[in-house]
Design a protein around this ligand. Structure first.
Ligand SMILES: *Cc1c(COP(=O)(O)O)cnc(C)c1O
Length: 459
């Protein structure tokens, strides 16, 4: 692309036209000028200029050879690649970062959940309360331990499990509540912990999207009995693959360590000399090179979290008054959110009935990457498949495995609407952009809003 004074031509044209417009509209802040500008501009999907260039969004993951590679190269050249001192260092640093007494790293977030539930003795015959608005692993980790997921509908305003609907789902079989701090936004922990205490239930926090998020000044993942994190490549702390369990309960963490390491004695899990594996086990250990990458990534996590949070707040302020756009709401006790995703609800009635798919297409044409997020987890075929397995048939009475009855008891109509009609997501890397980037998103949405009727005619 031809460069004009260091800017690409398109950017030059954009900046030039903005400057011109601000000169005309002398009142109002530059951000308002931009939004006014967007209203009179033709949407890109109708042949106008895009609000932004997709290629300009911050790349993910971030990797800086100069600062990130020293320890990694030492590990590679040492030949010590299986679990050793660098993994221990990473675990100490992650425990410190979230304020937990202990941390155990494992291969990924999915297995962090599997191991934690296993060592909390969640097993065949138990029910685990879980929200439907989450990643598959939350639910599959319950099933891989032979337990039964029980879905509690979401509060669409916060996208989190609605605590007021939990108690109706508690039965004598209920053993645990799996809280998911979805989108990196903390769930309503005061309400959930009170219910857990009252009914003597365990609380496992799926914090796989919520690195450094806080509720009442306490990091999520450390409020319940165990917290699980993911370091998969898309997550806010990316290592390709990786996961961790955190807890303040020493015997529990010792058992998790032993279980994840072939059942060999560890800490309070004591074996006799000459005896090998002493508890039922698997092997899901982290490696030294993953740990070295994690230590490098952890150095920038705090400042990135602040940037995401500031940008999310600013973007929210810029779009919250557009009719039909309802951004995420945080509970009053949230002192920091991780914003793995920026989400809002799209209400097509305010957009001349332009369906969400048409809205997303128009937004993408403006250079704004976006998605509709999760599909409804509680209706997917894996549940029926699991219930038809030999193991489940041996573990549960027939009535409990009838998929029609199960579906009837696990309806989540508000989540259905969120997944099928309303949710819109921007990914966390977009929130590492500039304030100007956020204004562009707002301006693109504004443009689609003003021209929704014309855009709908393309359908
Ligand atoms: C990513 C994720 C997981 C699983 O983590 P992996 O490291 O990908 O196995 C579990 N729960 C939620 C909410 C997630 O976002």
């Amino acid at each position: 692309m031809k460069k004009t004074e260091g800017y690409s031509r398109r950017e030059f044209v954009r900046r030039g036209s903005l400057a011109g417009l601000s000169a005309v509209l002398t009142t109002g802040s530059p951000k308002l000028t931009l939004i006014k500008n967007s209203g009179i501009q033709k949407p890109a999907i109708l042949g106008g200029q895009p609000a932004w260039e997709p290629a300009k969004w911050p790349k993910w993951p971030v990797w800086v050879p100069e600062t990130d590679e020293k320890q990694l190269l030492e590990v590679i050249r040492s030949g010590v690649w299986s679990r050793a001192s660098v993994v221990t260092q990473f675990e100490k640093e992650w425990a410190n970062a979230v304020g937990a007494k202990r941390c155990l790293s494992v291969v990924n977030g999915t297995n962090a959940l599997v191991v934690a539930l296993n060592q909390l003795n969640v097993k065949a015959g138990n029910e685990v309360i879980v929200p439907p608005y989450t990643f598959i692993s939350t639910v599959s980790s319950i099933l891989s331990n032979g337990a039964m997921p029980v879905f509690v509908d979401v509060d669409p305003a916060t996208f989190q499990m609605d605590p007021s609907k939990i108690e109706a789902k508690i039965t004598p079989r209920t053993k645990a509540i799996m809280v998911v701090h979805i989108l990196g936004l903390p769930s309503d922990m005061n309400a959930i912990m009170a219910i857990a205490k009252k009914h003597k239930l365990l609380v496992v926090e799926d914090a796989c999207q919520a690195h450094l998020a806080e509720y009442n000044g306490q990091k999520v993942g450390t409020i319940g009995d165990a917290g699980c994190f993911s370091f998969q490549n898309s997550k806010n702390l990316p290592i390709g693959e990786g996961g961790a369990i955190v807890s303040n309960d020493d015997p529990f963490m010792d058992r998790c360590f032993s279980y994840s390491n072939l059942g060999t004695p560890y800490g309070t899990v004591v074996g006799a000399v000459g005896v090998g594996s002493i508890i039922q086990n698997t092997k899901v250990r982290f490696t030294e090179y993953q740990a070295a990458m994690g230590i490098a990534q952890l150095k920038r996590l705090d400042s990135q979290t602040t940037t995401r949070s500031n940008n999310a707040e600013y973007l929210k302020s810029q779009i919250k008054d557009i009719p039909g756009i309802a951004p995420y709401k945080l509970y009053d006790q949230v002192t920091r959110a991780a914003f793995h995703l920026f989400a809002f609800r799209y209400q097509k009635e305010a957009f001349k009935n332009l369906p969400r798919a048409g809205f997303l297409k128009a937004l993408r044409a403006e250079g704004i990457p976006c998605s509709s997020g999760y599909t409804t987890l509680n209706t997917q075929p894996f549940l029926k498949d699991t219930f038809e397995s030999v193991n489940y048939k041996k573990m549960y009475p027939k009535e409990m495995l009838d998929i029609n009855t199960y579906n009837e008891h696990n309806k989540c109509p508000l989540n259905d609407k969120l997944c099928n009609e309303e949710a819109v997501w921007f990914t966390q890397n977009m929130l590492l952009g500039t304030k100007q980037d956020m204004t562009s998103i707002a301006s693109a949405i504004q443009k689609v809003y003003k021209n929704a009727g014309e855009i709908k005619k393309l359908e």
